[in-house]
Design a protein around this ligand. Structure first.
Ligand code: TMP
Length: 222
């Protein structure tokens, strides 16, 4: 495969979606075929599963885990592999690391089961680099709340399945991300998510520069 695969991970309100989108624009401006995907989502099945997964209908932890993995399996086969084969830079807003952090560390499902299912769903296709936007969950959740209020979203004040979890859950998720990043420093990079959007995007660009230079993905855009 000739492309480059970059994932963003982090807790609620860490700024992943903003930074993933900034990186896509930056790389496209340089002529790379950068494609932003999100998990769960970015396929018909993934979007369908996302709508259920983030609302507040009851789901037992094992079913929740399997639905995230089903979305991932579809995404990898339908979008990620073909794009990488075509030399694209694939930017994923969440990937397998989220399942380790949320369903493993957060919900308490055994990590060896999560790793097995991640391998099965991805066919062992993992990002070349995962950028962890590390943020205190208290600050991240405050950001989420104020964004909902600012946008006057119809659902403002109604947290989703994960946002409504207690702080102990979010602390475990943060720890789960940090453990993954610290145990695999070649494939993970920790960026301080408390800083401004510009400061974080500068750090993100510095983190991916070596990878882009080393793998030289195709330039498709003029
Ligand atoms: P989002 O914050 O990127 O919109 O993701 C939706 C939620 O899904 C978020 O609260 C984290 C959660 N999630 C998991 O619990 N496990 C996973 O494997 C993924 C991809 C997301």
């Amino acid at each position: 495969m000739s492309g480059v695969f970059i994932a963003f991970e982090g807790g609620e309100g860490a700024g992943k979606s903003t930074q993933a989108s900034c990186l896509e624009s930056y790389l496209r401006a340089q002529g790379y075929n950068a494609v932003l995907l999100r998990e769960p989502g970015s396929t018909q099945l993934g979007d369908y599963l996302r709508a259920y997964l983030v609302n507040n209908e009851p789901i037992v932890p094992s079913a929740e885990l399997l639905l995230f993995e089903a979305s991932r399996a579809q995404l990898v086969e339908e979008r990620v592999r073909p794009l990488l084969d075509d030399g694209a830079v694939v930017i994923a807003d969440r990937f397998a690391g989220s399942t380790v952090a949320y369903q493993g560390h957060g919900r308490g499902i055994k990590l060896d089961r999560i790793h097995w299912l991640n391998d099965f769903a991805t066919g062992r296709l993992y990002p070349d680099l995962t950028i962890l936007l590390n943020i205190d969950p208290l600050i991240g959740l405050e950001r989420v709340n104020s964004r909902q209020l600012q946008l006057a979203l119809p659902m403002a004040g109604a947290p989703d399945r994960f946002e409504e979890e207690i702080m102990a859950f979010h602390d475990k998720v943060r720890r789960g991300f940090l453990e993954q990043a610290e145990s695999d420093p070649d494939r993970w990079c920790i960026v301080d998510g408390h800083r401004s959007i510009v400061q974080v995007s500068t750090a993100v660009r510095a983190a991916i520069e070596g990878l882009i230079t080393a793998k030289t993905p195709a330039k498709h855009l003029s």
